[in-house]
Design a protein around this ligand. Structure first.
Ligand code: NAD
Length: 357
């Protein structure tokens, strides 16, 4: 298995070091790590945020482990040369269509959530969002109405193959978890959603063990905050998923804890923390590496197919948090302060201890 490691800018460099130490501690056979530049670092070295040598490496890789991009010194460049364009370029290159964002509350982290601790404690959800279709990619434009008023329009559409493709990912994700799938749509008013719902129901015949339910998106937003434990896996379209996955993720607290996976049809994927390059703390050694470490766990589960190794990393993170170790972004009174490296050390130690026992 080839993994393209793209650390990027700012804290991307620091958190990637820790993520790779954790991956190394797993001692998995047949892993080949290839490093390349991306973002501002790539622009300064090669004149482009996603240079051909990086693309070549990504093309040959089974998975991309991505840190973060964003460099204030590039803020005045033409748009196509800005570091953030690399993310879009990678998604296009890899043809990723399924975005998986877990929202899980780790024991002892309840205070970081805006929800009451007894509700926050129960959060363990994966949101599966379609990435390549919907209103973001439909016909769009500005026109004049018959009355001469300016009118903006964006066409929402999905064809059934697109829904089926993301549906399979969601049902399989549910099979690997609690076997409950909630499909979120707006079928009471949108034809696109009616097709979405029909296809999900058709697909459910292939996954008889999964309990499929449906929910309108407005209710889903409310239920996520009211009683998140009712959700196991949620599948939804691009726009609804954009909004719900951010809301669900933040129920658990800090952005430094949120991993993500973007999967392609051939099983390859891009794995990255949800946060950016955090220039305000870059170089301080205080960034939380856990989102990237948990992204490694997702990579092991979804592309490398070693779910036991993924479970081991998640359990090690859980134990470290339970012991009260905290980087500044998740620190609360009574906890033990930790730097980026100390947090990485602790996860590695837990992993090694678990493997030895
Ligand atoms: P950001 O996510 O980088 O930072 C937002 C806030 O969260 C900051 O206060 C930062 O210190 C904090 N933070 C983020 N990650 C953290 C971590 N691991 N540990 C501790 N604290 C953390 O968002 P921003 O400040 O809006 O953007 C900074 C740059 O990152 C911009 O150039 C933006 O375009 C880019 N960006 C890149 C990605 C990506 O690479 N996928 C995503 C979002 C933003």
């Amino acid at each position: 298995m080839h993994i393209a490691v793209l650390a990027g800018d700012g804290i991307g460099q620091e958190i990637m070091v820790e993520a790779l130490r954790v991956l190394g501690a797993m001692d998995l056979p047949d892993l080949c790590l290839d490093h390349a530049d991306v973002g501002g670092a790539a622009y300064h070295k090669h004149g482009h945020p996603l240079p051909p040598e990086t693309l070549e490496l990504v093309e040959a890789a089974d998975a991309v482990l991505f840190g973060a991009v964003g460099d204030p010194s590039c803020d005045n460049l033409e748009r196509h040369l800005r570091p953030e364009q690399a993310v879009l370029g990678l998604r296009k290159e890899m043809e990723t269509f399924a975005n998986l964002r877990p929202a899980k509350m780790f024991a002892g982290m309840e205070d970081a959530s805006g929800l009451k601790p007894e509700i926050a404690r129960t959060i363990d959800i994966v949101i599966v969002r379609e990435l390549n279709g919907d209103v973001y990619f439909g016909e769009k434009g500005m026109r004049k109405t018959a009355d001469g008023l300016r009118e903006g329009y964006d066409v929402m559409s999905y064809d059934e193959s697109e829904v089926r493709r993301i549906g399979h990912v969601a049902f399989k994700t549910a099979m690997g978890r609690g076997k409950r799938l909630c499909s979120v749509d707006k079928a009471n008013v949108l034809e696109t959603s009616q097709l979405w719902r029909d296809v999900m129901i058709e697909l459910s015949a292939e996954y008889p063990e999964v309990e499929l339910s449906h929910m309108y998106v407005d209710n889903a937003a409310m239920q996520l905050v009211r009683e998140p434990k009712q959700f196991d896996v949620v599948v939804t379209g691009n726009m609804f998923g954009d909004i719900l996955s951010d809301a669900a993720a933040m129920l658990t607290g800090s952005i430094g804890m949120l991993p993500s996976a973007s999967l392609a049809e051939d099983g390859s994927g891009m794995y990255e923390p949800c946060h950016g390059s955090a220039p305000d703390i870059a170089g301080e050694g205080s960034a939380n590496p856990l989102a990237t470490i948990l992204s490694v766990a997702m990579m092991l589960r979804y592309t490398l197919n070693v779910p036991d190794a993924a479970d081991a990393i998640e359990a090690a993170v859980s134990r470290v948090l339970d012991q009260g170790l905290r980087t500044p972004d998740i620190f609360s009174e009574g906890c033990t302060p930790a730097s980026t490296v100390e947090m990485g050390d602790a996860v590695v130690e837990e992993l090694v201890a678990a493997m030895a026992s």
